[in-house]
Ligand binder design. Structure first.
Ligand code: ARG
Length: 281
């Protein structure tokens, strides 16, 4: 595969420290309430991820964690923004309902244009944005958390075409466990996490995608954050890092073993904020 040099773009992210992180309920197959979580280790690993993003030159905002919301560390689920407009989340499970308001408060305080959702959707957990693909394309997952009706709602709110993809494997219950944007127009994904029809759509739209296998997906290797060049991913995803290096990206491994106990990794912990382009850009 040929490629030109992979160029990074400075990003703005939102993260929430795992100060109240526990696994006290199980809403995905990765969560086991009988195994204790090492909260201090979780915070240490999270801090390293936070500092890694800063070291790469990105801006990271921090959302105040709230007691009683142990999954709040998975900040990607709180909203989805495209060009200055924010489509708010509405969580599937009652244990996470209150997280949506915390995220809404962040965006409204920072004067973003915020649209509250009618339909259930879990923010960037199930939405990805490719600004350089087909003039700006949203990929959206459904099947476990986000409702298909929310895909249509996001399309109306954000004014970008939304391609609905059906997830079929409960281990990969959010789009961001099975697919990731590597830069403005390239993706990587694990085909078998999607229905045959959705696999066909992905092949048609992204013939040059980096294809991951089950082992990569189970190591949470697709749950990555890329700035277009540097790809921050879980240390366990060694084979995935090799695949990305082979096509010109620079893998940046971070250890995030404790957050995996809640069913998430790098991407789940990082929401990308996409402000509108400044005039003339
Ligand atoms: N325990 C959380 C849940 O099941 C994990 C969320 C992971 N976040 C993500 N963006 N995939 O809702």
């Amino acid at each position: 595969m040929s490629y030109s040099e992979r160029l990074p773009r400075n990003r703005t992210y939102l993260m929430c420290p795992p100060e109240h992180f526990t696994v006290e309920y199980a809403i995905n197959p990765w969560m086991d309430t009988t195994v204790g979580v090492d909260a201090a280790l979780a915070l240490k690993q999270w801090t390293l991820l936070h500092d890694t993003l800063l070291d790469l030159g990105h801006t990271v905002h921090v959302l105040a964690p709230q007691p009683g919301l142990p999954d709040m560390v998975y900040a990607a689920n709180g909203a989805f923004s495209v060009d200055g407009t924010v489509y708010g989340a509405r969580f599937r499970h009652p244990q996470r309902f209150a997280e949506a308001a915390a995220h809404e408060g962040f965006y409204t305080a920072a004067q973003w244009s915020f649209a509250g959702p009618v339909h259930v959707n879990e923010g960037e957990g199930d939405f990805a944005y490719l600004p350089g693909a087909y003039g700006g394309l949203i990929l959206a997952g459904h099947g476990f958390r986000t409702e298909p009706a929310a895909h249509a709602e996001a399309q109306e709110v954000l004014g970008r075409p939304v391609v609905s993809l059906r997830l079929i494997d409960p281990a990969f219950y959010h789009l961001d466990t099975a697919l990731a944007a590597l830069d403005d127009r390239h993706i990587t994904y694990y085909p078998e996490a999607f229905s045959p029809a959705s696999q066909r759509i992905l092949r048609q739209l992204f013939p040059d995608a980096v294809i991951a296998d089950r082992h990569d997906a189970e190591a949470f290797g697709l749950n990555l954050v890329s700035d277009g060049r540097h790809v921050v991913l879980n240390t366990e995803a060694v084979a995935m890092a090799d695949k990305l290096r082979a096509v010109g990206y620079v893998p940046v491994p971070v250890e995030l073993s404790e957050l995996k106990r809640g069913g998430g990794s790098v991407k789940c912990a990082v929401a990308e904020l996409r402000p509108g382009a400044a005039p003339g850009e």
